[in-house]
Design a protein around this ligand. Structure first.
Ligand code: SAM
Length: 336
């Protein structure tokens, strides 16, 4: 069945993401004590080429900075924030936040992915003392749904095919109370950030819009932020090489068609009806937002002679973000 094969290849992209991160950590681009627990036999993994490591580093720094700002703004407003990571895969962000300076800023951190991936992640969490300890006392951590679902006081791991109608998939998962609580899992009155890291590209644009629309409806009188990391501009030679690579692994990219230019990436959140809509390419982030001291540190980690090639690759990836606000909260507009 073609569809199911395709889904298997899509789910497997998570191992790539995890291995790329492990590689960047092993070469000291990034520090992340948690990623090794999500990779089987981490000591046997080969590092990625320098160019990929730098890309992973710039992407991670850019997204971390925006997520951190979101948490900071919530704290400055005297409230706590929520994060919903869609297609979260083996992402370690929750553990990094929960052990870092913004640990008190989170009301909820929700991860969604295919059941085949959440069951693996839940198992990795249960197997690792380091990961489990961050979730809180064991009696407050529950598995459900045949091991595909994990609840803890703040962190929730939930199975969902994000292409299905959100009213069928998300409403029962997110707008109902968690075990032992009378509040909905996702509070509609806490500032909430949607994180789409390398996932919308695997969905048809109509399905992505439907997904975002469900959240804009749910947070109609609240504060909702969106953060997307994605490839774009795939119509040139370089883009064709990338598309061929994915096709060879059985993956077609239904989600990229409308986002062929940087301008279309920049207006993405405006198209979703958000009041702000920004974007930066990884190339621009490396050039203008990574401090000179960090750039110097990074340049000494590995030999890289082809800066032009690096910039060409980084130019094909962008982070875009935007915010939806009720009118009385308009001040946030200037801040994120
Ligand atoms: N966000 C993580 C990161 O950046 O490290 C993982 C990225 S990985 C390239 C893409 C993830 O999106 C995979 O874990 C895949 O299973 C998930 N995904 C793709 N399409 C999905 C869908 N329709 N429903 C749920 N998850 C999906």
């Amino acid at each position: 069945h073609a569809r199911r094969d395709d889904d298997g290849a899509i789910r497997a992209t998570d191992s790539d993401a995890a291995l790329a991160r492990l590689s960047a950590v092993s070469k000291h681009y990034l520090s992340d004590p948690f990623i090794k627990s999500f990779v089987s036999r981490p000591h046997l993994q080969q590092p990625r080429p320098p160019l990929i490591n730098i890309g992973t580093y710039v992407r991670s720094e850019g997204l971390d900075a925006l997520v951190d700002q979101w948490l900071e703004l919530a704290q400055a407003d005297g409230t706590q924030a929520q994060v919903v990571s869609l297609g979260a895969g083996s992402d370690t962000r929750f553990w990094r936040i929960a052990t870092g300076p913004r640990r008190d800023a989170l009301r909820a951190y929700v991860e969604l992915d295919f059941a085949e991936n959440t069951i693996k992640k839940a198992m990795a969490i249960r197997k690792s003392k380091e990961l489990s300890a961050v979730l809180g006392p064991p009696e407050n951590v529950t598995l459900a749904g045949g091991g595909t679902t994990l609840h803890s006081p703040i962190y929730h791991l939930l199975p969902a095919d994000l292409r299905l109608p959100p009213s069928e998939v998300l409403t029962p998962l997110l707008s109902t109370p968690t075990p032992g609580s009378s509040e909905p899992l996702l509070s509609p009155s806490h500032p909430t950030l949607l994180l789409f890291e390398c996932v919308l590209v695997y969905m048809a644009p109509a399905a992505s819009s439907r997904l975002v629309q469900w959240f804009t409806g749910y947070f109609e009188s609240g504060v909702l932020g969106g953060l997307i990391y994605e490839m774009y501009g795939l119509e040139d030679n370089f883009g064709n090489v990338m598309k061929d690579n994915l096709r060879a692994r059985g993956i077609s990219l239904p989600g990229v068609e409308p986002f062929t230019t940087f301008a279309s990436v920049q207006s993405r959140f405006a198209q979703y009806g958000f009041v702000t809509s920004h974007a930066l390419s990884l190339r621009e982030i490396r050039r203008s937002y990574i401090s000179p001291a960090e750039r110097e540190r990074i340049s000494q980690l590995e030999m890289l002679d082809e800066i032009e090639e690096l910039e060409l690759v980084l130019e094909h990836y962008a982070i875009s973000w935007g915010v939806q606000l009720p009118q009385n909260k308009d001040t946030l507009k200037a801040r994120w």
